[in-house]
Design a protein around this ligand. Structure first.
Ligand code: BGC
Length: 756
């Protein structure tokens, strides 16, 4: 709900690392009981609001990270139950994304150097009277027990400075100062479209031991994103230090992949019983190194708190192969770790940015696993804003902080870039397919078209997108560790293919929204691009640079004639076999390679590729004990050492995009029409699997599938379809059937997969 603001944005008169702001409020009398009390809050920085010392909500890291230049989101909390006749409204501020470090340049304060808060308590009484308590210069500011805080570097809390006094009416407030008004543009204020970030899960240590160097190490058994929490009493002034890392190397904490992110928290004991929880930072970690702990550290001493955007889990997948199940769990955890308000590349090093290409690859998978409609729509609003300010250019990252960074000389001048900028069209389309929400599609349409137009201007006279910088098939496993661009796929082929896909999506959207002029004009561009592609890159079904990625893209993006598809499919299968079923694709090809094999009749090769365990493959990290998806196919080398590349995360979702194929082709659930009013249930058993089960809480209700094969090769499929939906069920060797809502059982004798 939109709030009409009358409050001022206020900041402490004294510069503080994590200021507290407070206001004592006496409720108006003579108006009967309070019928409604809302606290609306936002900040430059992150803010934790309290009423009489009680948190106003269970959210953390609010108001998250948006393109603050044009959009500052706020939250509204029902605080009626927390109010007393005299109450204290408290606002605890931290640097967050506003003032903290962002990106690898080591710089901070891109959006400003002063933390500030905007809040308004709105109390409605029985007789219709409304009392407003806005932030203004009557508020007071003071220091907190947080001496240092940064999302990358960690937080320092000195419990000796903690006091509940400031949350009580009549507090003496010694050392507190006044506040001043900070100018800002109120037209930036908007409610969230997506969910806030909350604590999601508590994970206990599975092991504590002493490393060869004498360090105390803790293993949580899962690479996760959040922080450590503990309650402890010890001698006042004792300092406990916690360092975090995703992996071990040479039996010690492997912090090199964090680059300059310190990921270190310090806690100073007060002498009383202290509860520590560093909510003004977050870390991507599985392991922690604890020093200074008084007495013995045991598995019950501390816990990890997992935080991410509060998303509803919608999709599941399971099958008879435990390695595949672990891969799927890793993909889910990869999403959880990187959906902390912004869809990020990684959650641990000095980066954690909204890289557009990563989510362009991963959006269909995400939209099956969780309800990400609000989360990604919210992010797309920022994409649109950034793009408007940059003449249609979709930046590499959204929110775009790279524009404020002085980049190394070899870093490209930004312009639209295939796959990355295509997020403007591919992410809305993934949402449309998953949720069928026309209003959302309409909202994102201007970004889609602006991107398509911008790229049209970048085409060379041939009609190919073979100009300018491309990330290309980023992190193709053949690329050397220090040169992720060096892919087998020709960048022009990759970029032109991606642009053609974008154009088809733009044309389809224009048609859907009744924008016939756009549909016709983008349709003409699409035809021209396809003709150019055919003329310059295709030779009888062979495609320039002749590698798995170019065949995957051309087959899946419809750039070939029916005859050429057969040749290209055979060539793709030949390449996949020739490579010993090891993966040979990067960010661009990986989401499509199994689908391209399947649709050209090479299901066995698709399964062999998915089930391969030697490096590089999807299951290689599983053999190495991975609990999330890695950035590189070989983030950890077979000898257990960390890839020497400077960019080596163990929690990157992009290569997990293969789960989309697992859901559609193994689980057998795909939308036949956007939003699953019509479902395509077409599982294709293979790879030696004896059963698989999938489920999806679709917008129509729950869809379930479960198939199994018996020793005679008979396939039995159970399908559940919700009210209001129908399913086209397609089993190998059997006529298609359409079924309505309810539970259905079907059988087939398992035969070779059909080409379709
Ligand atoms: C990020 C990637 C991103 C890439 C593009 C990396 O540093 O982690 O995931 O897409 O840069 O260059």
């Amino acid at each position: 709900m939109t709030h009409v603001w009358s409050a001022d944005l206020i900041a402490s008169d004294e510069e503080l690392p994590a200021p507290l702001l407070r206001k004592e409020v006496s409720l108006d009398t003579g108006h009967g009981r309070v019928v409604r009390a809302m606290l609306h809050v936002t900040a430059h920085g992150i803010v934790e609001p309290t009423v009489n010392g009680n948190p106003a909500s269970d959210e953390v890291l609010t108001p998250g990270w948006s393109s603050y230049e044009w959009r500052l989101r706020y939250r509204s909390y029902d605080v009626a139950d927390l109010l007393e006749p005299t109450s204290v409204i408290g606002l605890a501020l931290g640097n967050g994304w506003f003032r903290g470090r962002l990106g690898w340049s080591g710089l901070n304060g891109f959006y400003g150097t002063e933390l500030a808060a905007l809040a308004e308590l709105e109390v409605d009484f029985e007789d219709g009277h409304r009392q407003l308590v806005p932030t203004d210069t009557s508020w007071r500011a003071g220091p907190s027990s947080t001496l240092d805080n940064d999302l990358y570097d960690g937080q320092t809390i000195d419990a000796r400075l903690e006091s509940a006094d400031w949350t009580l009416p009549g507090a003496s407030l010694e050392g507190w100062t006044g506040v001043h008004v900070v100018e800002h543009d109120p037209s930036r204020l908007e409610p969230y479209i997506g969910p806030p970030v909350t604590r999601q899960q508590v994970v206990r240590p599975v092991k504590i031991w002493t490393s060869p160097s004498g360090a105390t190490l803790v293993d949580f058994g899962q690479n996760l994103v959040g922080w450590l929490r503990f309650t402890l009493q010890g001698e006042a002034g004792t300092v406990i230090t916690m360092r975090h890392a995703e992996v071990l190397e040479h039996e010690e904490l492997g912090t090199r992949p964090l680059r300059t992110a310190k990921a270190t928290d310090h806690f100073v004991l007060s002498g009383g019983v202290d509860v520590f929880e560093p909510t003004k930072t977050f870390h991507g970690f599985r392991y922690a190194e604890v020093s200074g702990w008084p007495g013995e550290l045991s598995t019950s001493s501390l816990e990890a708190v997992v935080v991410h955007s509060d998303l509803r889990r919608t999709g599941t997948f399971e099958c008879s192969d435990d390695m595949l199940n672990q891969l799927h769990r890793n993909i889910v955890w990869g999403l959880r770790g990187n959906f902390v308000d912004v869809p990020t590349d990684c959650p641990q090093r000095d980066e954690r940015l909204g890289w557009t290409g990563d989510i362009a690859a991963f959006a269909p998978t995400a939209a099956y696993l969780y309800d990400v409609s609000g989360f990604l729509s919210d992010w797309l609003v920022d994409l649109d804003l950034e793009q408007r300010a940059a003449d249609g250019l979709v930046p590499f990252v959204v929110p775009d902080v790279l524009k404020y960074m002085e980049n190394p000389p070899d870093f490209p001048d930004p312009d639209s870039t295939a796959l990355w900028s295509d997020a403007a069209a591919w992410v809305p389309w993934a949402l449309w397919e998953a949720y069928g929400d026309r209003v959302a599609l309409e909202r994102h349409y201007p970004a889609m078209t602006a991107h398509a137009r911008r790229v049209e201007g970048l085409l060379s006279p041939t009609g190919l997108w073979d100009t300018g910088f491309q990330f290309g098939d980023w992190l193709d496993p053949q690329a050397p560790p220090d040169s992720a661009f060096d892919a087998l796929a020709d960048p022009g082929v990759m970029a032109t293919a991606c642009y053609y896909r974008t154009l088809r999506r733009v044309v389809a959207t224009a048609d859907l929204l009744g924008n016939t002029e756009d549909a016709a004009s983008f349709g003409t561009v699409a035809d021209r691009v396809r003709d150019a592609f055919q003329e310059h890159y295709v030779d009888g079904g062979r495609v320039t640079s002749d590698c798995a990625t170019v065949y995957s893209l051309t087959i899946e993006f419809d750039l070939l004639s029916a005859d050429q598809v057969v040749v290209a499919g055979n060539r793709l299968a030949e390449l996949v076999r020739g490579n010993g079923f090891r993966v040979s694709t990067g960010f661009a090809g990986t989401p499509f390679v199994t689908a391209a094999l399947t649709s050209t009749g090479h299901l066995d090769e698709a399964y062999r590729l998915l089930l391969e365990r030697e490096c590089p493959s999807w299951l290689y990290p599983v053999t190495m004990g991975a609990t999330t998806v890695w950035e590189r196919w070989d983030s950890m080398l077979p000898d257990g050492s960390i890839n020497p590349g400077e960019m080596t995360s163990f929690n990157h979702y992009a290569l997990g995009a293969v789960a989309d194929w697992m859901h559609r082709t193994i689980g057998g659930i795909a939308p036949l029409t956007p939003g699953y009013e019509q479902v395509l249930v077409a599982p294709l058993p293979g790879g030696g699997l004896t059963w698989a089960a999938a489920s999806l809480e679709s917008p129509q209700g729950p869809i379930t599938t479960r198939w199994s094969t018996d020793d005679d090769g008979q396939l039995t499929l159970d399908v559940g379809i919700p009210e209001g939906a129908t399913a086209l069920v397609r089993l190998p060797g059997v006529e298609d059937v359409t079924v309505g809502s309810g539970q259905h059982r079907m059988t087939a004798s398992r035969v070779a997969a059909p080409v379709g």
